[in-house]
Design a protein around this ligand. Structure first.
Ligand code: AMP
Ligand code: FE
Ligand code: FE
Ligand code: ZN
Length: 283
């Protein structure tokens, strides 16, 4: 039973529509696929409708843009009630921050000789209410400025690069409390990828578990090498939190993140389900 609880559709920065994602999940032999678009629940309905005619279970997820000490941390939320007003208000605030930085990013890239016509950017944003740097990267590829998303990030869009413009992110503890209040379970995505390792120390994670905030951490992820995974797995046992694994699939938008390349074991999903049920969330 293959469980891949963290993937993206074109409702954020993936390239499959929600229904294509479900079809690809079925083709990949997944029993469960978690749709975790960035800062939006807008893809859920389409994915659930598509799943109705398959054996695939769609897990309602969100990858929420958070921060700890001004460092970006991604939080996976599972099973939240879509109608929760406070959670949706915070997601709207994060998306507004994404939209508000667009003109500044366009100006920065133009200053560096890479003008992007609105229509080109819009082609990649498509149906997404959650505009992100990968959409800029795709426009830059089409315009011949870079060869792939990776180059767009490493030369222009990553933090400290000329095209980077900061945006609003939720405080991690605030986001976790909103997720729990909406009936959901909270799992930190790829905690030791990129810059987040220093702020997500064992002591910090332990405090989050002890205050009954954190439900789990994502250990098996392509941004963690084998040694990091082993360290995190041992840490999870010490602090007493659940361990998940996922592909973080983005369609053709991310190489080496194929559906099912990392998975979560069934007892962990059962425990997440149990907690969501106990909190009145949506399975
Ligand atoms: P944003 O949502 O605008 O903050 O952009 C962050 C998203 O860009 C992440 O969720 C990843 O999907 C993607 N991303 C971040 N770093 C890279 C990279 N180096 N190469 C390709 N995609 C990346
Ligand atoms: Fe992404
Ligand atoms: Fe992420
Ligand atoms: Zn992701």
């Amino acid at each position: 039973m293959l469980i891949d609880p963290h993937t993206h559709s074109s409702i954020s920065d993936g390239t499959d529509s929600p229904s294509q994602l479900v079809a690809n999940a079925a083709r990949a032999g997944l029993a469960v696929v978690g749709l975790c678009d960035h800062d939006t629940t807008a893809g859920w309905a389409g994915a659930l409708a598509a799943a109705a005619s398959t054996d695939v279970r769609v897990l309602r997820g969100i990858e929420i843009s958070c921060e700890v000490d001004h460092v970006s941390v991604h939080l996976l939320a599972y099973g939240c009630r879509e109608s929760d007003v406070a959670l949706q208000a915070e997601l709207s605030r994060v998306r507004a921050g994404r939209t508000e930085r667009v003109p500044t990013m366009l100006a920065r890239l133009a200053e560096h000789g890479m003008p992007i016509p609105d229509a080109v950017l819009q082609r990649y944003v498509g149906d997404s209410p959650s505009v992100g740097r990968p959409h800029f990267a795709d426009a830059m590829i089409e315009l011949g400025y870079v060869v792939d998303r990776q180059e767009a990030f490493s030369d222009w869009l990553a933090e400290e690069k000329p095209g980077y413009v900061p945006r609003y992110s939720a405080a991690l503890e605030v986001a976790i409390d909103l997720v729990h209040a909406a009936g959901g379970a909270a799992v930190i995505a790829h905690p030791w990828a990129r810059a987040s390792r220093p702020v997500l120390s064992e002591d910090f994670l332990k405090t989050l578990v002890e205050s009954e905030r954190l439900d789990g951490i994502e250990v098996d992820h392509q941004d963690h090498d084998a040694a990091t995974r082993e360290e995190l797995r041992a840490l999870a046992v010490r602090v007493g939190t659940l361990v998940t694994g996922s592909s973080d699939y983005h369609g053709t938008g991310k190489k080496d993140h194929e559906l099912g390349c990392n998975t979560t074991v069934p007892p962990v999903l059962e425990e997440l389900d149990r907690r969501v049920r106990a909190r009145g969330g949506l399975l």
